[in-house]
Design a binder for this molecule. Sequence first.
Ligand SMILES: NC(=O)c1ccc[n+]([C@@H]2O[C@H](COP(=O)([O-])OP(=O)(O)OC[C@H]3O[C@@H](n4cnc5c(N)ncnc54)[C@H](O)[C@@H]3O)[C@@H](O)[C@H]2O)c1
Length: 457
Amino acid sequence: MTSMKPSANGRKSSKGAQQTDSVPNGERRPRLSSRHPSIDPERLVRMDRVRHVVGRPNDFNVVFVGAGNMMFGSDEGPWNHSFRFEHKLGPRLKVIAVIDPSVERAQAALQQKCDSFVVSAYQDTRIYRSFDEYVTSDADNGVPKPHAFLIGSPPMFRGSTVPGRDVEMQILKHFPGVPFFVEKPVATGPETELQDLLSVSKEIKESNAVCSVGYMLRYLKAVQMMKQIIEENNLTVMATIARYACAYEKIAKPDWWDKARSFGPIIEQATHFCDLSRYFGGEVDVSTVQAHSLEWDEEAGYLSKLPIDESEIPPEQRIPRVTSANWKYECGAVGTLIHLVSLQGSNYSCELQVFADGYSFKLENPYQQPVLYVRRPGDDYEETYRFPDDDPFFSEVSNWIDVIEDIEEDPESGKILSPFDDAVKTYEFTWAIRRASEMDRKTKEGRTKTVKPHLPN
Ligand SMILES: NC(=O)c1ccc[n+]([C@@H]2O[C@H](COP(=O)([O-])OP(=O)(O)OC[C@H]3O[C@@H](n4cnc5c(N)ncnc54)[C@H](O)[C@@H]3O)[C@@H](O)[C@H]2O)c1
């Protein structure tokens, strides 16, 4: 067993390598993996190793949009943005406002903070029911100006130009240039709303505001090590294989089980692995996506430990138990994904494999204890890398704040790994998988209705 080593390629570093690669006939081909930004895995430091920057303005004023699990933590998983912000910014953190229609929930979360040693970040926090209320009160009451917004409201209330679902547009309008971080997925809504989302994305890009989306798995050290090996060896990815099996017994949020609200487990959950697949494989040709699903009403789809009462959800809105998809990337590589709502207990079982000429990478258990297996040319055995205490939730927040504060002298570092326009492509891809699996089901139902069963004489 090996821990992470200083050089990701295990050989002579080729950091200054050109952006093109030789092919046997003497032509040069572009290095496809360089399309998505990456950062040196050595820069991803643990929360307890972070050095607070001296000489910055004392306060870092943040507005939290949403006061739910993502923002303040829960038993469902390791996410908890407020905790990471506290560690990154220390006494500089000032949460000037929390916006949430559920005022009681926000009050309870703030009370807990004020009863603890991080009180200085929350003692003056004001609560608002809506963004409109915040903007109006901000003008009147001399609330300090925000340095950043952290958006963790449900995705059906963002990523749109429709009033009430347009928080990004409101930020651009009332606080031009102020950075914001927004959780994944970038929106949820009917597929017909994609154009609207694209116009939001265009506005964000043109504003030059520092915007990052919460695809935190891109910030795993293991993922950046994979990226580094691919880049240093000028590899072109040939195939990605993703498996995401969630532990459904602990998912007690009714919305998650209802396609009318969360839009299904591919758009809500497998989106992380769809995004990682794109991160390595490049752009997906969405016209090639094919998919099958195992549905709740098929014999193999029965679940014995449902944590919710599924009879309250209309049958046509109940989620599939398994979705299996495959597609072509624009570069010609192929990808597959299987998402399963099948495990009980609490830990998920997730794995991503990436293949390139002579190389294979297998990332296991990225949520709990990531392990990376690397096979290279000249060796049939896989090297094993473990990453104890790696925290991608911290790294994504830490990186975003560093980019905002522009503390890196090296222009190659301090990149946002998941910008908004890129996350929109992941959203579009997940919708393509959902649509393909639903079409497949409709076709199958049509066949069942029109084809007469062959009965024995
Ligand atoms: N990256 C990850 O691993 C990860 C993990 C969990 C959640 N998330 C994402 O975070 C987002 C929020 O999830 P959650 O688990 O915190 O949900 P949640 O239901 O626990 O909390 C959402 C909160 O937002 C509030 N809210 C509703 N409408 C609002 C509005 N218009 N403005 C402001 N607040 C509003 C709700 O009252 C609630 O308190 C989702 O997009 C989810 O996919 C990401």
